[in-house]
Write a protein that binds this ligand. Structure first.
Ligand code: BDP
Length: 702
């Protein structure tokens, strides 16, 4: 199997199982428009039931002829106007659905609050069946938050920023793709996990997206996704008026600039009438923005908000990822973790009501461990969305596997104690805690045209988990991975247990062999963000986080003597952060902890290929071999990580490992000391990434 169907492969159940299930005589679809999500839901039910249960069922569009053994799919409105009884249906929120299998499953009602709800309900029903779950159900499902988006970082030339699975499915050679097949397959996957929008282009945006042919292309993308209930949004380049529109400035308070954005927005809406909004990265990592024109970040955001306003419910997702990446003399005093609050706190309340501030979950940048972003406790009137990253940018780039649901749950469960009151992050982003009417979730995602979508079959569980958690942040990471495994690989218990074990161990393992105690992922920080390169972190504006010298490690973040970052958290939440995480301990024990954790993590990574080997013969060969290769690679690279980071700290402080392992490789036969045929010795940078700073490569340099 190639992985193309992801968790929607609808593998046939054994006859022993499928024969116990009721036979349906019809699927009744309460919408005759073949491009509507309700109609798509009917087709999906037809296809799924055939594949899972072997039942061939016809689609009808009339409720009046409802025979007893039918599956009805529609919206509350269409159901009641067709004469259906809605009395027993609990209150449904936007996108919610009611799934009711009547006595003995003889008749199924899938009723959405809207069209999205209807298709979500159809997927829910099919995914239950695909797991062999025929238990009767009568349940109303409502989302925790209205915004459940994904952000692709696709460039117009077809490359993907932080993409590890082939070129873009959206763009090629400066244009939108002609073939929409993969785009519609992608929308199907997103719809099944109740994601309601995709921002299709990179946050480092290109203004050529506004060319006539690209606007036509966006219209085609939206058309391909709409039948699945997935809407599109776009990322904008702040200086478009200047660089694309030929204006002398892009100043957000300039009337001509505003006029330009109004006109171009009207044009976009002509092509995509249900555009979900704009995502803006401004004044960040070299991008221009309102500060470039001496205006506030709110002035910039509101300019876009006002251009969107006349056209519907579109929102501006204004990214809080604004920080100074320049190296200056104060770099050792400057704490990047302070930036979001420093820039945004004082603007609270100055944003229009269709602006949402999009906040990375931690104050730095998707590291293996961070506290939650303090900005989540500092906006009251301005609405926010939390930004996760399914793309494993700093977490092994889909060459290593890290299951992130436990990390996200830890963040969402954290209590910020705003004004001393209960303020779990999940209740802040749902809008409940502060009374926001539009807020929620988004994630960076990097699917590409590879048939695995994401480059590693197991990493697709992160996309699935993201959808589940954004819908219901109380979803249990273990249940999510079990469910995903049954759907993706099969119902066999060994399969489910093995993949669950590897997944649940993957985050602590990666943390152990990369960066511990909140020191963060010690990868190359200059650009690749891959592989160990602890030395690259310090002395540049992007990294600055190893903060180690011969005598100390870490950073003083107190208000009294340090960077003041701790003052950005409400006092009681800070207390919790301190006590539930390891307190500051002396460097002697910290360094031994670093050594030990790296040995433990790397040793644990060696168990993953062995665990996986248990699945040989239980799943298809193609995916078995693909994952086996990746896990074997990860096991090897974990050793490289272990030795690099340990040696780096050893070289800094000179404190020997109590167990005499670090730097002590006398048992190892170095490849460069062997007699080489077809290989040559090369120097490696950073030197600590290879023992003795040397490695071998093929003579032809491949
Ligand atoms: C960093 C990525 C960079 C992105 C940036 C962002 O390395 O490629 O452009 O985040 O979120 O983590 O804008």
């Amino acid at each position: 199997e190639t992985g193309l169907d992801g968790w929607l492969r609808y593998a046939a159940l054994s006859t022993a199982l499928s024969s116990t299930q009721q036979r349906y005589s019809s699927i009744i679809v309460l919408n005759t428009d073949e491009t509507s999500p309700v109609y798509t839901a009917g087709k999906e039910l037809q296809d799924g039931l055939k594949r899972i249960l072997g039942q061939k069922i016809d689609i009808h569009c009339q409720l009046t002829s409802e025979p007893s053994s039918s599956i009805v799919v529609g919206t509350l409105d269409s159901f009641s106007s067709a004469g259906g009884n809605t009395n027993g249906i609990p209150v449904l929120k936007e996108d919610g659905f009611w799934l009711n299998t009547h006595a003995g499953n003889s008749c199924v009602h899938i009723i959405g609050q809207n069209e999205c709800g209807a298709i979500y309900g159809a997927f829910e029903y099919l995914m239950r069946l695909a797991q062999g779950n025929f238990a009767p159900i009568a349940s109303a499902n409502n989302p925790s938050a209205p915004i459940r988006w994904v952000n692709q970082w696709d460039n117009l030339d077809g490359s993907i920023e932080r993409g590890y699975a082939g070129p873009s499915i959206f763009f090629r050679d400066g244009e939108v793709m002609k073939d929409m097949t993969r785009i519609s397959q992608f929308a199907r996957l997103l719809s099944s996990i109740r994601v309601n929008a995709v921002v299709v282009n990179n946050v480092n945006a290109n203004p050529k997206l506004f060319s006539e042919s690209n606007l036509d292309g966006l219209s085609r993308i939206a058309d391909a996704m709409r039948p699945w209930g997935v809407r599109i949004g776009i990322s904008l380049y702040f200086d478009s008026p200047k660089e694309f529109g030929g204006l002398p400035t892009s100043d957000p308070l300039d009337p001509a600039v505003n006029d330009w954005w109004h006109k171009i927005t009207a044009k976009v809406y002509q092509k995509v009438p249900d555009l979900v909004g704009y995502t803006i990265k401004a004044n960040s990592e070299g991008q221009p923005g309102p500060l470039t024109y001496n205006r506030t970040l709110a002035d910039g955001a509101n300019m876009f908000a006002r251009a969107l306003k006349p056209h519907g419910d579109g929102v501006v997702m204004y990214r809080a990822f604004v920080y100074n990446h320049h190296l200056d003399e104060s770099v050792w005093k400057h704490d990047r973790a302070n930036a979001a609050v420093d820039y945004f706190k004082e603007l609270d309340g100055e944003f229009d009501d269709n602006v949402i501030v999009q906040i990375k979950w931690g104050p730095i940048d998707f590291q293996v461990r961070e506290p939650p972003s303090p900005l989540l406790a500092n906006l009251r009137k301005t609405k926010a969305a939390i930004e996760f990253q399914v793309a494993q940018e700093y977490l092994g780039q889909q060459s290593h596997f890290v299951y992130m649901a436990p990390l996200w749950r830890e963040i969402l469960d954290f209590d910020m104690r705003i004004d001393g009151g209960a303020s779990r992050i999940r209740d802040i982003v749902s809008g409940e805690r502060l009374g926001w009417n539009r807020s929620g979730y988004t994630t960076v995602l990097n699917i590409g045209s590879d048939t695995t979508w994401i480059g590693h079959h197991l990493s697709m569980s992160n996309l699935y988990a993201y959808g589940r958690i954004a819908w219901d942040p109380l979803s249990d990471p273990v249940s999510i991975i079990q469910e995903w495994t049954r759907l993706t690989f099969g119902l066999d218990e060994t399969i489910v247990d093995t993949i669950t074990k590897i997944s649940m161990e993957s985050w602590p393992t990666y943390e152990n062999y990369s960066g511990n105690l909140g020191i963060q992922t010690l990868c190359d920080i200059i650009y690749t963000h891959y592989g160990p390169s602890p030395g690259s972190q310090d002395g540049n504006g992007w990294g600055q986080w190893t903060r180690a010298n011969a005598h100390s490690i870490g950073m003083d973040r107190t208000v009294a003597t340090g960077s003041g970052n701790s003052g950005q958290y409400p006092p009681r939440s800070l207390q919790d952060l301190r006590t539930s995480n390891r307190p500051l301990i002396t460097f002697f024990s910290v360094i031994q902890h670093f050594y030990d954790a790296h040995y433990e993590g790397a040793a644990h990574a060696q168990t993953f290929p062995l665990e996986w080997a248990k699945l040989k013969g239980l799943i298809d060969e193609h995916r078995f071999e693909h994952v086996a290769f990746k896990l074997q690679y990860q096991a090897g690279h974990a050793l490289v990580w272990r030795d690099s980071v340990n040696y780096f700290y050893f070289a800094k402080c000179g404190i020997p490992d109590e167990r005499n392992r670090v730097g002590n490789h006398q048992w190892r036969i170095e490849a460069e000391d062997m007699q080489l045929s077809g290989y040559k010795v090369v120097s490696v940078t950073p030197t600590e990434a290879a023992s003795g700073g040397k490695a071998i490569i093929t003579e032809t340099n491949e």
